[in-house]
Design a protein around this ligand. Structure first.
Ligand SMILES: Cc1cc2nc3c(=O)[nH]c(=O)nc-3n(C[C@H](O)[C@H](O)[C@H](O)COP(=O)(O)O)c2cc1C
Length: 363
């Protein structure tokens, strides 16, 4: 998720939730190929996150060819093409969900990305595909943070999309996408026009799964899932191979805990979702501080403002949460967060005391 699932967040999710797979924020192919170092930040990751998939977007086929080389060179476990972003900047220029209107271009992008993966696997280097010196330097810098150089093996190509542009047209759209032979198609059950309004249409996702899977392509359903219990129910009802959880993981890396039990349960006829992990207040605060500290180390103190929304997301479901949230979104460092936690923890644990204590001072 753009602006959300950065490397620090994904690392937290990996160690506290262990999802089967994570995706980077979407990254523009133009930024990748021109070496805009700030934009390339979204392609940083840690080993703990694996398998980690790089998501890219854009609309120029040659840039998809080049970007696929870069994604492979950076050692990602897969390459995902965004064909679902509804934001005006992206979709109205013909990228993201805009591609639903240009199916031939969508297929061409898949073809070029696959060719890029194949040629890189066969030994082609970044210098050979004409990347500028600035891009090579930026990618070299990113590579220097990786544990080991990538192994030249073919990585899977996948697509993430929606059920249509301004109407549900998943039948035609999935028939088109299968021609591009991606390994996985992830479907968010809303149209572009819906943005995030209304409810995800899981019947449309189920229909798509039944049409796509006979081609040997896996289908991941997506939309409005808040827990692993809901994931299991969706998998059962819709027949998808798996689900993606987005907003349900905000301030809640624990949402992914228990996947092995769910997987086992899905093999049987019985259905009894295991209880969702409910972190104690101390655990919540500890993980919030850990996340803030990691974010600061990875991104530098000057970007701490971007951490504030995460702090707000952790802060719910306990006494004084709203008051604490209002202060957390004005913090500038992990030290500020620790100071606030120290002030609130004792008060929040005392459920009887419903007044905001005078000892809590705003920044
Ligand atoms: C702030 C935000 C940023 C998002 N950025 C991306 C993105 O970069 N790539 C992507 O495929 N989907 C992106 N999405 C869509 C989510 O991945 C997901 O499809 C959508 O939120 C529905 O799933 P959910 O109900 O589990 O959140 C974003 C959603 C939000 C709310």
């Amino acid at each position: 998720m753009d602006g959300v699932t950065d490397s620090a967040f994904r690392h937290m999710v990996a160690i506290h939730g262990k999802p089967d797979v994570v995706f980077t924020e979407f990254t523009n192919v133009h930024d990748i190929c021109s070496g805009r170092i700030k934009a390339l930040d979204s392609l940083r990751y840690s080993e703990a996150e694996r398998p980690v998939i790089a998501q890219i977007y854009g609309k120029e086929p040659t840039l998809f060819y080049q970007a696929a080389h870069v994604v492979c060179e950076l050692g990602f476990d897969g390459l995902d093409i965004n064909m679902g972003c509804p934001s005006k900047n992206v979709a109205s220029s013909g990228s993201g969900a805009g591609l639903i209107r240009t199916p031939n271009l969508a297929l061409e992008l898949m073809e070029m990305a696959r060719k890029g993966i194949q040629d890189w696997t066969a030994g082609q280097t970044l210098a050979q595909i004409g990347l500028k010196a600035k891009a090579l330097e930026a990618i070299g810098y990113l590579k220097s943070g990786l544990r080991a150089g990538p192994i030249r093996k073919t990585i899977p190509l996948s697509v993430k999309t929606r059920i249509g542009f301004d109407r549900n047209m998943i039948e035609e759209w999935s028939a088109c996408l299968t021609q591009g032979r991606p390994e996985v198609i992830s479907i968010h059950g809303r149209t572009l026009s819906q943005m995030y309004r209304g409810q995800a249409d899981w019947e449309a996702i189920a229909l798509a799964a039944s049409r796509i899977q006979p081609h040997g392509i896996l289908v991941l359903g997506n939309g409005d899932i808040q827990s692993l219990g809901e994931s299991a129910a969706r998998i059962r009802e819709s027949g998808v191979n798996g689900v993606l959880i987005g907003r349900g993981s905000l301030g809640n890396p624990w949402v992914f805990q228990g996947i092995p039990q769910i997987r086992e349960m899905l093999q049987t006829e019985e259905f009894c979702a295991p209880p969702q992990h409910a972190p104690s207040l101390e655990e919540k605060f500890r993980i919030m501080i850990q996340h803030a500290s990691l974010f600061e180390r990875v991104n530098g103190p000057e970007r701490f403002v971007r951490m504030r929304k995460h702090l707000g997301w952790y802060c719910s479901g306990f006494p004084y949460a709203a008051a604490m949230r209002a202060q957390l979104v004005r913090t500038h460092s992990t030290t500020d967060v620790i100071n606030l936690v120290n002030q609130y923890q004792a008060c929040a644990l005392d459920n009887q005391n419903l007044e905001i204590p005078a000892t809590i001072t705003p920044f």
